[in-house]
Design a protein around this ligand. Structure first.
Ligand SMILES: Cc1cc2nc3c(=O)[nH]c(=O)nc-3n(C[C@H](O)[C@H](O)[C@H](O)COP(=O)(O)O)c2cc1C
Ligand SMILES: [Fe+2]
Ligand SMILES: [Fe+2]
Length: 403
């Protein structure tokens, strides 16, 4: 018997903890693991909601067999075709070849593109609002295009008032014992949840806001996402976190300082800025070396704080190579509602500071604070004074917004 946990009398969490995979989507570090959540509904018709990543499929199959106790499996709902959920479906189909696969009009084309081989008549196409009747449990569906794929959707169990929200409200981090929000200390999961949101869903804030509006009229007793914690105790909390992240609303007063530096001169500037900000009353200052800290953590911190200061040495007429991907992602995601300070070093004719300024020019919702500080070589007394000025201006802006 595996770690299967009942959510309600008929609904069981049959997800799998993955502590082996190093990187999610092959680039996002997973030091605390990740879950692929899957759910079993025990009814006249049996149903699984979402599969798991193929490397975890054998555990899922064992759990399904435990739940079925010799019965047949009637349905599997594919809320999202991304392989962290759908690839395990290949194994499910091998064991249950008559299973009906349920998805929307976009789902089947994507499954075929990933070479899923099952008869056309075994696919059930559902539309928004349609009902799949399992007997006691009636399921309905809400499309959530681009949260975070075009075919993404949620399944709602009208009977038990459970929202199976797929990647929406998901989190990194394996479930180490507890599975519900009230069974764990949320402080840890909040960081991993924001890192998940900001890096996976962050570009689609408008679509997230639309989905939350769509779901506002239904009574939700449980939110069961496809990664991480399940929610039953404080559902307004997870919804309000998502609402503010989707609107790029900072959560706390503070400043993220991120820099790229080869010989330590730009790093010195970051230290000066951090010290000055703290002297001006900003308690939460987070300084990151972009060469060392994986950018997914830095992006998560940028989502948290209103203040951002980016520094780069010049590198072949451009931004330092370890800072550039971070800026590319922030631009691609359309970062808004932030104050930005710019600094950096050069020796020939620059490039780092210029690159950050060009990045800032492309983002409408970013307000640049003070004048960019560019230093030739090592910062001297007059450069330190210029740095202190932008730190003071940043602190003043943040303090003026204190409630
Ligand atoms: C590979 C390489 C490329 C560089 N490209 C430029 C450049 O395009 N423009 C410039 O002004 N300085 C350039 N420099 C010089 C550095 O940007 C300069 O020494 C700077 O002060 C280094 O800052 P750091 O101590 O923070 O690494 C380059 C240095 C290296 C090693
Ligand atoms: Fe996904
Ligand atoms: Fe996912």
């Amino acid at each position: 018997m595996y770690f299967c946990t009942k959510i309600t009398n008929d609904v069981t969490w049959i997800g799998v903890n993955d502590r082996k995979t190093e990187r999610f989507e092959n680039y996002i570090p997973l030091p605390y693991g990740v879950t692929y959540n899957s759910y079993f509904i025990d009814d006249e018709k049996t149903c699984v909601i979402d599969a798991v990543e193929i490397g975890s499929a054998s555990t899922l199959l064992d759990k399904i067999a435990d739940c079925l106790e010799g019965r047949k499996l009637d349905y599997i709902i594919i809320n999202h075709v991304e392989p962290d959920h759908s690839s395990g479906l290949k194994e499910v189909i091998k064991i249950y070849p008559d299973i009906k696969v349920v998805g929307n009009s976009k789902t089947i084309g994507m499954l075929r593109a990933f070479c899923f081989d099952f008869p056309e008549e075994n696919f059930i196409t559902i539309k928004e609002g349609e009902i799949l009747d399992l007997g006691k449990h009636k399921l309905t569906f809400t499309m959530m295009p681009m949260v975070h794929w075009p075919e993404s959707m949620t399944t709602y169990d009208i009977t038990d008032k459970i929202l199976f929200s797929n990647d929406a409200f998901g989190s990194f981090g394996a479930l180490d014992g507890g599975i519900f929000d009230d069974q764990v200390n949320f402080d840890f999961y909040e960081g991993e949840m924001r890192r998940y949101y900001s890096n996976i869903v962050g570009k689609y804030g408008m679509q997230v806001t639309n989905v939350i509006k769509k779901l506002a009229n239904i009574e939700i007793k449980y939110i069961c996402p496809s990664h991480g914690l399940l929610w039953r105790d404080d559902i307004p909390k997870v919804i309000s976190l998502y609402e503010s992240w989707a609107k790029f609303e900072p959560q706390a007063e503070g400043v993220v300082i991120v820099y790229g530096s080869m010989y330590g001169n730009t790093a010195k500037m970051a230290e000066i800025l951090g010290r000055k900000l703290n002297c001006c009353g900003i308690k939460e200052v987070k300084i990151y070396d972009a060469s060392k800290t994986d950018h997914t953590y830095i992006i998560s911190e940028i989502w948290k704080y209103k203040g951002l200061m980016i520094g780069s040495c010049a590198h072949n007429n451009s931004i330092y190579p370890k800072v550039e991907p971070l800026l590319h992602k922030l631009e691609n995601y359309g970062l808004k509602n932030r104050y930005l300070g710019i600094f950096g070093t050069m020796m020939w004719s620059g490039g780092g500071v210029r690159g950050i300024q060009a990045f800032a020019d492309k983002l409408n919702g970013i307000e640049v604070v003070g004048d960019a500080v560019e230093v030739k070589g090592t910062p001297k007394a007059e450069d330190i004074a210029r740095l202190e000025v932008i730190a003071e201006e940043m602190a003043a802006k943040l303090i003026a917004e204190r409630l």
